[in-house]
Write a protein that binds this ligand. Structure first.
Ligand SMILES: [Fe+2]
Ligand SMILES: [Fe+2]
Length: 287
C-alpha cells in the first residue's frame, strides 16, 4: 500500500463498525480473573483504569480538528471512531466497577488520569500548540493500543490464556475495534498538516507516560492487595510482561519501532488480520 508522507484523505481500507458489548458481561468474574494470579489480574485492571478517561481525551482531541477535514469518508470515520471509543469507555467503566467492589481505589486512580487529561484538553481550547500536541499524543497512544491489540488477537496463548472468558471477550472486542479505527487519528493528523517529526518526538513522550500510568496503577493495586512485596508476584509478572519472546510488552516492540520509519502509516502493518473472523467469535457478548 502506498501512503505518502503528507495527504488529506482517509487510508482506512475497511468499514468501521460500532458494536455494543454487554456491560454486565464481566459482573460475575472472580476477584483474580486472570489465572488466579494477582499480577496478571491487576495488569489488566491497570490498563482498564487508564482507558475511560484516556478514550474521552482521544475523542476530544480528534473532534477539535473535525472542522478542518474535507474528505467525507474521513469525516464519517471520525464519527465511527468517537462512537467506538465511547462504547469502550462505558464497558471499561463497568469492568472497573468490579475492581472497586473488591475494595481497590479505582476512583482515585481514574481521578488522577482525568485531572491531567482534562487540563491538557482545556489548554488545547486556547492554544493551537497544545491542541496539536493533544492530537499527536492521541495518534501515538492509538498506535500503542493497535499493536497491543494485534498481540491480543493473534497471540492469545501468551496474552489471554487463563483469563476469565467474559474479560477475555471484552479485551478481544476492544482489540478488534482498535484495529478497525487505528488509522483515523493518524489520517486526521496528516490531513491537518501535522509534522511527522513532531509525531516521532510525541511517540517517545506518549510511550513514557502510558507506561508510567500503567505502572502507577499496577503498583497501587498490588499494594492494596498485599502482593506488592512478594517475590512470587514479580516472578510471574515479569515473565508475563517482559518475557524475551512472548512478553505482553516486549513482543510488540518491533511494531512500536516501525512508527519511526519514514512514510509510516498504521495500515502498512498487520493487514493480514481477519477482523470478521474475530468479530464472529464474540457473538454471545455483543448486546
Ligand atoms: Fe478504545
Ligand atoms: Fe482507539
Amino acid at each position: 500500500m502506498g501512503v505518502a508522507e503528507q495527504f488529506t484523505e482517509s487510508h482506512t481500507p475497511l468499514r468501521i463498525q460500532v458494536r455494543k458489548f454487554d456491560p454486565a458481561a464481566t459482573d460475575s468474574a472472580p476477584k483474580y480473573f486472570f489465572d488466579n494470579d494477582p499480577f496478571k489480574t491487576h495488569f489488566m485492571n491497570a490498563l482498564s483504569i487508564l482507558f475511560p478517561e484516556g478514550e474521552r481525551f482521544f475523542i476530544r482531541s480528534v473532534l477539535a480538528y473535525r472542522d478542518q477535514i474535507s474528505d467525507p469518508k474521513l469525516l464519517k470515520e471520525i464519527k465511527e471512531f468517537c462512537a467506538q471509543e465511547a462504547q469502550h469507555t462505558l464497558v471499561h467503566e463497568a469492568m472497573n466497577e468490579l475492581a472497586a467492589r473488591h475494595g481497590y481505589p479505582v476512583a482515585a486512580l481514574e481521578g488522577l488520569v482525568r485531572r491531567d487529561l482534562r487540563r491538557f484538553s482545556k489548554r488545547g481550547v486556547k492554544h493551537a500548540s497544545a491542541r496539536r500536541a493533544a492530537l499527536a499524543m492521541t495518534v501515538c497512544v492509538e498506535h500503542l493500543t493497535a499493536i497491543l491489540a494485534y498481540q491480543v488477537l493473534t497471540n492469545a496463548s501468551a496474552t489471554m490464556q487463563g483469563l476469565d472468558p467474559a474479560v477475555q471477550a471484552l479485551f478481544k472486542w476492544h482489540a478488534l475495534e482498535e484495529t478497525e479505527h487505528k488509522g483515523v487519528a493518524f489520517d486526521v493528523y496528516q490531513a491537518t498538516g501535522g509534522s511527522p517529526f513532531f509525531l516521532r518526538f510525541a511517540m517517545v513522550l506518549s510511550s513514557f507516560f502510558f507506561l508510567l500510568g500503567l505502572f502507577i496503577n499496577l503498583t497501587v493495586l498490588l499494594y492494596k492487595d498485599g502482593s506488592l512485596w512478594k517475590w512470587s508476584t514479580w516472578k510471574s509478572g515479569l515473565q508475563f510482561t517482559f518475557g524475551p519472546r512472548q512478553g505482553f510488552l516486549t513482543r510488540p516492540f518491533r511494531d512500536w519501532l516501525a512508527f519511526f520509519k519514514p512514510g509510516f502509516h498504521p495500515w502498512k502493518q498487520h493487514r493480514d488480520l481477519d477482523i470478521d473472523n474475530h468479530a464472529g467469535q464474540l457473538g454471545a457478548y455483543i448486546a
